[in-house]
Structure formats: C-alpha cells, structure tokens
Design a protein around this ligand. Sequence first.
Ligand code: ZN
Length: 280
Amino acid sequence: MPELPEVETIRRGLERVLIGQRIRQIKVRETRFRQPVSVFKLQKWVAGQQVEALHRRAKYLLCELKNHSHLVIHLGMSGRLLYCKKTLPLQKHDHIRFIFANDHELRFCDPRRFGMVDAVPPGQLADYVHFQNLGPEPLSPDFTAAYLAGRAQKLSRPIKNFLMDAAIVVGVGNIYASESLFRAGINPQKPSGKLRHPEWAKLARAIRQTLKHSIATGGTTLNDFHNSDGGMGYFQQHLMVYDRAGEPCLVCKNKIRRIVQAGRSSFYCPRCQKNMLRKK
Ligand SMILES: [Zn+2]
C-alpha cells in the first residue's frame, strides 16, 4: 500500500511533468472505486484546465488547476499513476486517462479499486469531506512534542495505536510507526499518556527523520517514474525492525519481537525499547 513517503515521491514526480500542461480530455473506463467517480464533476471542473501546482494532504494528491478547482487522487491499496505516451497500449486496469495537449497522458490504474478520483470545485477544499478530522502533517511545523503531549493526556491507548490515528497525525502507517518507535527507544505498548516530554521530543524527531529518509530514498529512484511503476519508494531495505521478527536487532543483537496491536503487526526490540515501559 502506498504510504506518505511514496505519495510524496509521486507528487514530486508529477510536479516535474504536469505543471503547465493542459488536460485536454478525460476518459473514464471504470467508475466503481472507494467512492464512485463523478464523470460529470471531472468534465465540469477538470477537463480543459491547465495544471498549476501539485500538493499533498495526508495520502491524497491534489492537482491544483487554473480555475482554482482541484483534482483529488488517492491510490488506496493498489492504485498507480503512470505518465506515458498516448500510444502505449492500454492495460486491463488503466481505469482513468487524463490526456494532455502534448503526446502524453496520465493513467490511473487500480486493480483492487480502493482508490479514489474526485474533483473539488473552486473554494471548497477547506470543507472537503475527506479532509475533515485530519491531524497535522508530520513534516509541518504544527507537529511538535507539545502538540502530541497535549493530545495524549491521560490516554491509556498504546502509543503505537495513537500514532497510527489520522486524527492525531496523518501518514504514520504501520511500518513508519514501528520504525519511529524503535528509533525513539519507546515500547509500542506504552500507554500514550505515560510518555514524558523528552520522549515526545525524541518520538516527533524520529517520525520526521524516518519519513524524510524514506522520501529521500524514493526520490533517488524517481527516474523510473516516466515509464514504469509510478515512483514507489524503496524504503524496505533500510528497515530496522519492521518484518524482522526473530532476526537480531541491528543495534544490540537481541531478537526482534512481533506482537499484534489493534489487528496490526508491531515489531520491536525488547531490549532497546524496554526502558520506557515502566509499571506504576
Ligand atoms: Zn536492540
């Protein structure tokens, strides 16, 4: 599933090729996604428009258009974007095509159809239904230790689950939550309300570093963007704990442990992430 760093990598890739281009035509071959695609809205607000800027909110890509409307794309579980020549033969799951005035087009393909494509009319982005109740961006100045501490007051909820709640902070998926907690030396089961300020500071820094590192790694592989896989990141090779159950910790050689929290696997080093779990 594309996570925040992958989506940011894709945003940067799209920025390089789409800005200034006019979307001459939109062809919708499938409308049944996480929410049905409104062909009417796409034709009314997006078709014929020039791309002014590429933004990202959480894992949504936002294509700002000259008429101040936005094309919103979410990749869901399996969605991909392909910027290619118009002459490239269509694949089975090339569901929506944005055809430009040059000889290229952008294809949205999503075999499992958990993704989303939508148009937001001018001036309505702030009230957009999918952006309500979203916490701050982890790479924005709003994401601080003080903010986290404030939201966690008296919560007994484990810190890992707290971090993965988009109402607290967006874009910290399962991999990044485990990796950041390892970097910060905090046990994933620790009740959120029990963290103290130095721990919050370490954790906020660890989250930013983990995401930035991943974006930087994805960025280096962006050459593939034009013709292949939509610029997915290659963060996997740098993982310290995620998916390494039973393998030695890269810091202390202790065995990495896997537990299940809120239905998701968590990975941690019982030695490096032990000291923070105090009984009281
Ligand atoms: Zn360790």
